[in-house]
Design a protein around this ligand. Structure first.
Ligand SMILES: [Zn+2]
Ligand SMILES: [Zn+2]
Ligand SMILES: [Zn+2]
Length: 148
């Protein structure tokens, strides 16, 4: 219990630091959006965030959610996850290891893949292109056991 509380305080402070560094304030809608992203175990869309805000009776319009998510992405507090659905998903970054995802084409369920096979390849690409690589995107699609 104590540990959970401490972790929450630490997290809030580091988020505040990131916002401060970006010259942003932790406004009420921003706080609500961050809380939803933080509590979501899987990447969610802007529409889903707006839905949850509505359910929590927080009146935040879609444009505000879009703007805030874009800002949080700029501050590297959230990662975009592209699953080729016609809309991006976003995942809270803090306290989560770098990882990838797989999505079922049938039911749409997403599973975290807590691994990254690209370390060697990254070194190879840097060597060949002289680029300094900042990140990469790698998502998988397929059919889950129920949808096969
Ligand atoms: Zn499925
Ligand atoms: Zn994930
Ligand atoms: Zn990776």
């Amino acid at each position: 219990m104590q540990l959970t509380c401490n972790l929450e305080i630490q997290m809030a402070e580091s988020i505040l630091d990131s916002l401060r560094a970006g010259g942003k304030k932790l406004t009420k809608p921003r706080k609500a959006i961050l809380a939803i992203l933080e509590q979501s175990s899987l990447p969610i869309t802007v529409a889903e965030i707006a839905d949850q805000l509505k359910k929590a009776r927080a009146a935040v319009d879609l444009v505000t959610v879009y703007r805030n998510v874009a800002m949080l992405q700029e501050l590297k507090l959230v990662n975009p996850v592209g699953l080729h659905e016609g809309q991006m998903r976003y995942e809270f970054r803090h306290g989560r290891e770098h990882h990838h995802h797989i999505q079922c084409r049938g039911c749409g369920q997403i599973v975290d893949l807590m691994l990254c096979p690209l370390k060697k390849l990254t070194e190879l690409i840097e060597e060949q292109t002289k680029f300094v690589i900042e990140g990469h995107a790698l998502e998988f699609f397929g059919w889950c056991p129920q949808c096969q």
